[in-house]
Write a protein that binds this ligand. Structure first.
Ligand SMILES: CC(=O)N[C@H]1[C@@H](OP(=O)(O)OP(=O)(O)OC[C@H]2O[C@@H](n3ccc(=O)[nH]c3=O)[C@H](O)[C@@H]2O)O[C@H](CO)[C@@H](O)[C@@H]1O[C@H](C)C(=O)N[C@@H](C)C(=O)N[C@H](CCC(=O)N[C@@H](CCC[C@@H](N)C(=O)O)C(=O)O)C(=O)O
Ligand SMILES: Nc1ncnc2c1ncn2[C@@H]1O[C@H](COP(=O)(O)OP(=O)(O)OP(=O)(O)O)[C@@H](O)[C@H]1O
Ligand SMILES: C[C@@H](N)C(=O)N[C@H](C)C(=O)O
Length: 433
């Protein structure tokens, strides 16, 4: 079996990692992972034929030549290699987690910091036990600061990802009602996310904390964090800010260490205010000029179905269908409520991974939606359907039933919120809006 040193030598010679023979890069190291459909050990020879330099396998049956490296477990080897590579990098690594807004905040932080530094940031949301190692292994010697997104749906996951990413700086965006099933309820979410603070505390890292978020303050106090930089709305933080405009895009004023400034963004949704402030705070901390921070923020254009305002032929659609949970759904409803339009429509789909709290959470969202000034409410999915009771709105069990309704209704001149969990894939309704 190879040592981590010998595996790392291969990585230094062949620093591209591949996990899929269908998109192989010449001279890569191919890690044969297992999935629900395949055991990629069986693709090892194909990977070599397609150009891989070496294949890392864990089934001795596929050990055919000296370009096959047999390890006890391929996933662990990938994680160990990433941990080792990270430990050779003497750069700030910003670990970023939270229930909502991780990807958006990561993108904004990267947009800001890249105005001054050579940055690396997690691609998309490759944020789990496979994605974090792959991200770290993409950091090359030119990178000056890395922003690593860390996702989790159960306890000890952030602790494990921190052991790989070894963040020197960290930020929890917020604590919300997400992945309640795996975390074991809201208190479980707090406990799981606080693993980042514990890592920073034990490794002399710096935490960036939204002082307006009392859950984060409680968690920081419980961890006795000693290196903390605050941002928020009240004066006296490293960065303090206020929303100036929210319709349709956010504009804000902020005060840092060297004066007050104004920023324009291409983001909709006042919930993005805290994401933006976090990015400004990191920009200030890493000594960017206000102009660089503002350029980074105003240059960021969401293209990832999160808070993305899209004009169709007939309507304006808030494309927010990447995911959903009770906290982000509440925030999205509050946002459309506050926006101006002749006619408002909310098309919202089931929220997944809520466990035994799911029926109640779906009932609560229906009540929240009813209280808004949105005239047309469309609820899609089994969970909303089961909670429908006597509530106002149109309820459909499946997106295709909702599609027939939308085809008949032919909405026009409307502002439409389209949001649901990933598995609902509500993007399929966009052509009918
Ligand atoms: C192992 C793997 O890559 N899986 C991906 C694969 O899944 P599947 O089970 O279908 O794999 P297969 O069985 O088809 O294949 C096994 C391997 O064989 C390779 N292979 C196959 C065929 C072939 O001809 N040649 C081959 O080489 C193949 O490439 C596999 O390596 O496909 C799915 C669909 O594309 C992928 O979704 C799946 O990816 C897995 C899930 C993954 O973890 N990917 C990471 C890179 C990642 O970071 N993905 C993120 C998801 C992040 C996320 O959802 N985060 C959550 C919180 C984290 C919770 C955590 N506990 C968790 O469970 O993930 C959040 O809320 O943010 C992403 O995709 O965006
Ligand atoms: N600060 C926030 N508070 C509440 N909801 C938010 C916040 N930021 C973003 N959201 C909502 O969460 C959705 C997903 O945003 P984003 O992808 O940035 O979050 P995430 O935490 O990275 O999610 P995932 O881990 O699933 O990628 C957005 O479309 C928006 O509806
Ligand atoms: C897709 C995954 N990152 C996620 O956010 N899942 C929740 C449950 C969703 O799809 O809404």
């Amino acid at each position: 079996m190879p040592t981590i040193n010998s595996l790392y030598q291969h990585f230094l010679n062949y620093p591209t990692i591949c996990t899929d023979t269908r998109s192989i890069t010449k001279d890569c190291l191919f890690f044969a992972l297992k999935g629900e459909n395949f055991d990629a050990n069986s693709f090892a020879m194909q990977a070599l034929t397609n150009g891989a330099a070496y294949v890392i396998i864990d089934n001795p049956e596929y050990l055919k030549n000296d370009r096959c490296i047999l390890v006890p477990d391929v996933l662990s080897a990938l994680q160990d290699l990433a941990r080792y590579h990270r430990s050779t990098l003497n750069i700030p690594v910003i670990g970023l987690t939270g229930s909502n807004g991780k990807t958006t905040t990561k993108e904004l932080v990267n947009a800001v910091l890249s105005e001054k530094y050579k940055t690396f940031a997690t691609k998309g949301n490759l944020n789990n036990h496979i994605g974090v190692p792959l991200s770290l292994l993409s950091i090359d010697a030119n990178v000056e600061i890395a922003v690593i997104e860390m996702g989790a749906n159960h306890q000890k996951e952030i602790e494990f990802l921190c052991s790989i990413a070894q963040p020197t700086h960290g930020l929890i965006t917020n604590i919300g009602m997400a992945h309640l099933d795996g975390f074991g309820g809201f208190e479980g979410v707090k406990k799981g996310k606080a693993e980042l603070y514990a890592y920073l505390k034990n490794n002399h890292g710096t935490a960036f904390i939204n002082r307006d978020n009392h859950y984060l303050l409680e968690m920081a106090a419980a961890t006795s964090l000693n290196k903390v930089i605050y941002y928020g709305t009240a004066p006296g933080n490293q960065v303090s800010g206020a929303l100036l405009k929210t319709d349709p895009f956010l504009e804000l004023s902020w005060t840092g260490q060297k004066g007050s400034h104004q920023t324009q963004t291409n983001l909709t949704g006042s919930y993005n205010f805290e994401n933006i402030l976090a990015a400004i705070c990191l920009g200030e901390f890493f000594e960017l000029q206000a102009r660089q921070i503002n350029d980074g923020l105003s240059g960021y254009q969401p293209r990832n179905n999160r808070s993305q305002l899209t004009r169709t032929e007939k309507n304006t659609v808030i494309c927010d269908f990447y995911n959903a949970n009770p906290s982000s759904m509440t925030a999205a409803l509050a946002n459309i409520n506050a926006l101006t339009s002749n006619h408002k429509v909310a098309i919202i789909g089931d929220m997944f991974e809520l466990g035994k709290e799911s029926p109640e959470q779906h009932r609560l969202i229906i009540s929240e939606a009813e209280k808004t000034n949105v005239e047309t409410l469309v609820f899609i999915g089994k969970d909303f359907y089961e909670a429908k009771g006597q509530h106002r709105g149109h309820f459909f069990q499946t997106p295709s039933e909702a599609q027939s309704f939308l085809e008949k209704t032919a909405l026009s001149d409307c502002l439409i919120l389209l949001k649901g969990s990933r598995g609902m894939a509500l993007e399929r309704l966009l052509p009918y809006l």
